[in-house]
Design a protein around this ligand. Sequence first.
Ligand code: MEV
Length: 441
Amino acid sequence: MITPIAGFSKLSKNEKIEWLASTYFQNNTTVVDTLQKYWNSDETLQKLHDEFIENTISNFYLPLGIAPNFLINDELYAIPMAIEESSVVAAASKAAKFWIDRGGFKATVINTEKVGQVHFMYFGSTEKLHTYFSSIKAELIASTKHITQNMEKRGGGITDIELRDKTAALDGYFQLHCTFETVDSMGANFINSCLEQFAKTFKENAQTFDIFSEQEKDIQIVMSILSNYVPNCLVKAEVSCPVSSLTESETMDANEFAAKFVRAIQIAKTEPYRAVTHNKGIMNGIDAVVLATGNDFRAVEAGIHAYAAKDGRYSSLTHAELNDGIFKFWIEIPLSLGTVGGLTSLHPLVKLALEMLGKPNAKELMQIVAVAGLAQNFAAVRSLTTTGIQKGHMKMHLVNILNQLKATEAEKKHFIAFFKDKTVTHSAVVNAFNTYKIGQA
Ligand code: MEV
């Protein structure tokens, strides 16, 4: 029976590992060895990583790959991608190469509005609350001057505060719905600090607002927090070309391919089961770049999926059409990203990734990330509607299976050549490998 541990965070890293190994594992030495293998020999670098979070015991690697040849708004990029799924970078690279000969990707930022809300309860006259809000709005903004000064110098700040009556949904529930421009930072800390100040000022000043009754003065702040739903922080990326140029399909002609591709997008628009997988493929590209550039992929995921359901049903994030012989394929997504603040100047690989992208500002990064999502979706839907997904996917996965089988480098080389013109399945690889081993014995 395991007993709870008190004061765990105060233990040293070695003490934490010792406790973990002796409490949850049979073989203590293997646990310690495995964890230590992933420590960085550069102590300063290791300390930096240790201090990102609490209770760090080791580092967790993900491969960092690059997808070159991305032509975006006439600039050529190599896109950094941090991801474990074997076929993602290969698919992105393939899509980049396909579109480089067809004019590349065009991307535009539509808007950059961020959102935060103070959620509060008020049981009294709605009219008086509106009067109070009008009288206090300027003071709310003024009370955050110490927070907003620097952001204003960079061209950002608070753009508006609205009082929203949500009592139809929940008795007594109102909000201060606030919008912000955070320029090149994602802005979470800035927004949350402003919101907490708004809440304090809003509650305190209510005490002396003459026309409120004693009960109305008692505004109950529930919470103050940014929203990761940013439907007005939008970016669009697109590709287009004459249908006749879509010639790379292996099993059908350009017209058939274009029609089938558009059909696949229509299916993802109408069928949520398909839309979720369709969008998951888009997120393969988006998350990988968001992670490599030190941004908050959970925030991005939450915001994008909410946007995919904005019309009341979960739907495709990409769109396609055929018009006058032109194939057009595009994505429109909300993306709240930063290229300053957070991990961007702290994590050496994030710094490198941003430098590789030409030190983009937040808007440029939004464009690059949206393109990565579109490219990934193009690659997936193209495979799905032509060869099927498994051909390319299993080819990339072959090395993982061989590694599981503990194949040597020479054996890996042999089996990659062996499977060049064969269908890769897990059992086919295991059988071929075992037969080979018996032959060698
Ligand atoms: C796999 O990670 C992603 C796909 O399933 C996406 C899709 O089906 O569009 C291939």
